[in-house]
Design a protein around this ligand. Sequence first.
Ligand code: HEM
Length: 411
Amino acid sequence: GKAAFGLFSGDNGENPFPLFAQMRATGSVIPIPFPMGETDRQAWMVTRMEEAMQVLKDHTRFTVDLNAVDGNSDIRQTFSVDADPSAPPVFFNGKSMLSVDDPDHRRLRRLVSKAFTPRYMESLRPRVQEIADELLDRVQDQGEMDLVKDYAYPLPINVICDMLGVPRADRAQIQVWSDAIARGLGLGRREPGVAEHMRAFGEYTAQLVADKRQHPADDLISQLIAIEEEGDRLSEDELLSMITLLIFAGHETTSNLIATGTLMLLDHPEQLEKLKADLSLVPSAVEELLRFNGPATIAGPRMDTEDIELAGQPIKKGDVVIPVLKSANRDERHFTQPEELDITRTMHRHLAFGHGIHMCLGAPLARVEGDIAFTTLLRRMPNLRLRIPCESVTWHFTLSSQGLAALPVAF
Ligand code: HEM
């Protein structure tokens, strides 16, 4: 499985786009060595927009349930985690909306969908603004910062933890766990210590739920507990999986949008100047940054549940199909000059948040956070610049994404 791993590391990891362009030119459905272990099962990468959407839309044929086809314990080993069965569930090994299709998916997603509507998100703006300003207040006088550590990372984690009702004092620890889990898991990669971090994250969450059962508050966790206690809509396993999914999905990706997006802008000075000259372009810039180099490299792997053809390529029942979002987002069949960053681009669609029933629940939140993060940064620090050459920044690779380890800037 070396080749598959190579897609997400080394030079290809830092700049996978030339490789993706080659793959798209070869075909839309590209066989890759199965990422881990011996099997006669085939894995496929889906590189073009049309077929990537087709896979994501058709959740009956291409299910997120990797146990859907018999005898596939090899798949489970590859893509999920054999955590200690005595440990409390977290979403990787438990049952979250991301790992089931309908009817369970609809039931689980509905329980929280009201908390993530664009309208509700608008009401969060003042709080998000306050967090952004507080973070920049702390570094303003220094004239420099690590944009990842000082801004991109703490902003989203504080927003999602505020919504859920996670105490402030615990957030640094949560960050350590979720970083360790995100970096310890990947296609064909499993680092030691991940199971321990998952156990700790799960035990913490279970304790937090127990505390909130005693002392409910005006937050999302308390609302979910009330639903669970009502009866048959949410089990304890699902409750813990839901909370850990929201914490995890709610910050890692958005941090990467802010940090990678800032780097992309600094690397395209003419675009940055255009944006600074008219900050009302920020929402459109956020969409373009999501398209151009969004946080998620791939959507979760899907299992094909019947023998079919996709773009003329026969695919066998039980094969694994992986939509490559970053490649679809540069599909020359779909976008004009896809390799150019153009913050004023008019776009019908990109796949940075996925598509279909699993399309990102948090997209409206991520958009609000991105809007406020870039607007506040550029308004307060208009002469923002890199302190090291663009080529020297250090990337790290997470579960299905790519982010910056640090981004030293001056202002
Ligand atoms: C699902 C990307 C921010 C919560 C997804 C998926 C993608 C994605 C690609 C679909 C995965 C698949 O189909 O396999 C992103 C990006 C973000 C972001 C690029 C930031 C820029 C957030 C935030 C939250 C969140 C802020 C807040 C809680 C979720 C949840 C799902 C999801 C719960 C599962 C939805 C379902 O299965 O129905 N995200 N996400 N995400 N995201 Fe996000």
